[in-house]
Design a protein around this ligand. Structure first.
Ligand SMILES: [Zn+2]
Length: 201
């Protein structure tokens, strides 16, 4: 499993792509579109999340996984329902295309939290739980995947609840450089070009 995989509306996964090492997570979640939905993550992301959750709890923050692995077909359903209800333009802006969602990799989590015994279903950048994640998620290998101010790069609206497991090494690198995954891949391509024999001569 390549934890650094780039998936977006320009880099689509095949309809039959299913990660091999998914495991189920059972914990409190928010209200769901589909009541049969079961949270699943790739094993590396699962353990990293559990470590992060434990540390968050020590700080007094009860974080949980609200949404994680989604099949291609599930994403298709979300996309089509959103497009029907709110129009295609809205769907393209706020919902990944089928195959374009990181949730299909089993490496993405939408976080929810509980405060004073109540699940908080609307996450904002001012919530202390979210602020803690912004500063600490990288230590566990997660990045805030769709940051504010980078919408023109990611092509996705700011999502303070969506974190993506990329492994600790890359997460730290991206956090310190304030880089999105798209910027990282673009910088790699530039490096490849400058190292190619054609540009050395
Ligand atoms: Zn998400």
């Amino acid at each position: 499993m390549d934890y650094t995989i780039l998936v977006n509306n320009g880099h689509l996964l095949a309809a039959d792509y299913v990660p091999e090492d998914l495991i189920e997570i059972h914990e409190p979640t928010g209200s769901k579109l589909d009541p049969t939905y079961i949270n699943r993550l790739c094993i590396g992301a699962y353990h990293a999340f559990k470590d992060m959750q434990k540390e968050a709890l020590k700080q007094g923050y009860e974080i949980f996984v609200d949404s994680s692995y989604r099949t291609y077909q599930y994403q298709q359903k979300i996309f089509e329902e959103t497009a029907l209800k709110k129009g295609l333009e809205h769907a393209l802006k706020f919902v990944a295309k089928p195959g374009g969602s990181e949730h299909q990799t089993g490496l993405a989590v939408d976080i929810i939290f509980r405060r004073n015994k109540q699940m908080i279903e609307e996450q904002t950048e001012t919530d202390p739980e979210i602020k803690w994640l912004f500063s600490n998620a990288y230590r566990y290998g997660f990045i805030l995947r769709f940051p504010k101010g980078k919408e023109h790069i990611t092509g996705v609206a700011f999502e303070p609840w969506h974190f993506r497991f990329v492994g600790q090494e890359l997460a730290k690198k991206l956090f310190l450089a304030d880089m999105t995954l798209e910027e990282y891949y673009a910088s790699q391509e530039n490096n490849d070009l400058s190292n190619s024999p054609a540009s050395i001569t």
